[in-house]
Design a protein around this ligand. Structure first.
Ligand code: BES
Ligand code: MN
Ligand code: ZN
Length: 487
């Protein structure tokens, strides 16, 4: 979806015109037929409501849409405006209309409010039809463009920041949507290289041999059952003060999780193509942050492997040595995400000396049992960090809920043969997974772990996404950086 700003309405009267309408305040200048139509359809301007009708104007038929933005002084005004924009693109995406002219005269929207409308519109208007070769004309997306007329001063600059965010979210969704025969460690890296070229992001790629030299036995143990070689991808952006310690984001990038020898049941296994949603969120966030030239030093790390059960796969009971030197008894090869992350966490701490580390991972099914699809879980060794992440989630809709860490949980992963085992007993499965990761965090490093297993993929449409990849995590990271590193 392209967004462009026009100084005046296009010379040839547009076919589809849209207005943003606050609750119970139809514009006085609205054509009386439309106003009556809206009232008769019980359009009240509630957030997300859309009415559309037709009027004759200068001998042409024009389609006019009204999108409700809710009450003007609502606490969640920004979210309501996103909803209004999203409702417009949801309604007209496959309508046959190719452009929508958003007319703002008299709407009273600020540049920031307009950007919220446009962000909602762009996010809800995204879809990926690369593999759908038989769509009928009515099924194809028709809406290509939003023309904004009468935007307040400064709107284009504000929108260019939000547009970078939309770029990042769309990139994350694309990576998550692609099947595992298309996106695997090497092609994940290639997509990032292609998309990020010329943006000032430095890409560092470690191959199998380099990881072996570094002693990443935990990550490599997961990868050894797959024909696809693993990669560690680091994306660095230095937009902050010279020499200031960076903030690191680390993503689980299991491009397919069959479970390995502890193989998963067949039903629903196809979902495990999106077990790289954490890494995709990190990559999308780095794209967004570089796109808006964030004033912060940041590093994004993607631990990329495929978890497969071939003849060379690791076995339950194998003991591997991580880069940190700590040994791990692999009880269950399906608890592979933590094995990938632990080496990625050690690497980023040694290589970049970050003050803060935040990891994102589709780590446990237990997280979905606990929080469903409404919140990701966050675990942290630092209260201030947890609070900032929760606040960033609330502000953007990428919501998080904090869960505990404690030594009583940590004991549950002690092993009789190695320093630890990779699974605990069934209870508190998300917490023991977090305890496992914490064993790889250096003293003095503020760390948070976000278990986003329930958030990456949606079985039904949400306000700013269709069913499928949500792009969760990009806005969370962007907002966290904006409010805590750039402030
Ligand atoms: N990738 C899965 C977790 C997952 C499950 C994410 C469902 C999204 C939806 C992870 O690698 C996994 O298999 N975890 C196991 C851990 C268990 C073996 C301790 C799980 O949750 O069952
Ligand atoms: Mn698994
Ligand atoms: Zn997994």
């Amino acid at each position: 979806m392209k967004v462009q700003f026009l100084a005046a309405p296009p010379a040839s009267a547009p076919r589809l015109v849209a207005h943003i309408v606050d609750q119970d305040s139809l514009p006085k200048s609205l054509d009386p037929v439309l106003a009556e139509g809206a009232r008769a359809s019980r359009f009240a301007g509630k957030a997300g409501q859309v009415f559309d009708g037709f009027i004759a104007h200068d001998g042409r038929i024009i389609r006019v849409a009204l999108a409700g933005a809710g009450e003007k002084d609502a606490k969640d005004r920004t979210a309501a405006l996103e909803r209004a924009g999203a409702a417009l693109t949801a309604r007209f995406l496959t309508s046959g209309e190719t452009a929508l002219t958003l007319v703002l005269d008299g709407s009273g929207l600020s540049a920031e409010e307009l950007a919220a409308v446009l962000l909602g519109a762009r996010l809800r208007g995204w879809r990926y039809d690369a593999y759908r070769t038989k769509l009928s004309d009515e099924q194809k997306a028709s809406l290509q463009r939003i023309d904004v007329v009468g935007a307040p001063k400064g709107s284009e600059a504000v929108w260019s920041r939000e547009a970078a965010l939309a770029d990042g979210i769309e990139f994350t969704r694309e990576l998550v949507t692609e099947p595992a025969n298309i996106i695997y460690p090497e092609t994940f890296v290639e997509r990032c290289e292609k998309r990020m070229v010329g943006m000032g992001i430095e890409l560092t790629v470690l191959d199998e041999e380099q990881m072996r030299d570094l002693g990443m036995g935990a990550l490599l143990g997961v990868a050894q059952g797959s024909a696809k070689p693993p990669r560690l991808l680091a994306l660095t952006w230095n937009g902050g003060e010279d020499g200031a310690r960076p903030v690191a984001f680390v993503g689980k990038g299991v491009t397919f999780d069959s479970g390995g020898i502890s193989i998963k049941p067949a039903a629903g296994m196809e979902d495990m193509k999106w077990d790289m949603g954490g890494a995709a969120a990190v990559a999308g966030a780095m794209l967004a942050l570089a796109g808006r030239k964030a004033k912060a030093n940041l590093v994004g790390v993607c631990g990329l492997v495929e978890n497969m059960p071939d003849a060379n796969a690791q076995r339950p009971g194998d003991v591997v040595t991580s880069m940190s030197g700590q040994t791990i008894e692999v009880i269950n090869t399906d608890a592979e995400g933590r094995l990938v992350l632990c080496d990625a966490l050690t690497w980023v701490q040694r290589e970049h000396n970050p003050a803060t580390v935040v990891d994102l991972a589709t780590l446990t099914g237990a997280m979905i049992v606990a929080l469903g699809h409404e919140h990701g879980g966050v675990f942290a060794n630092d209260d201030a960090l947890a609070e900032k992440l929760v606040a960033a989630g609330l502000a953007t809709g990428d919501k998080l809920w904090r869960l505990p860490l404690a030594s009583a949980y940590d004991k549950l992963i002690d092993s009789p043969i190695a320093d630890m085992k990779n699974v605990g007993p069934r209870p508190a499965g998300s917490i023991t997974a977090a305890q496992f990761l914490q064993r790889f965090i250096d003293k003095g490093t503020a760390w948070a772990h976000c278990d986003i297993a329930g958030m990456v993929w949606a079985d039904k449409p949400g306000t700013t996404w269709d069913k499928g990849a949500t792009g969760y995590g990009v806005r969370l990271i962007d907002r966290f950086v904006r409010d805590t590193c750039e402030a």
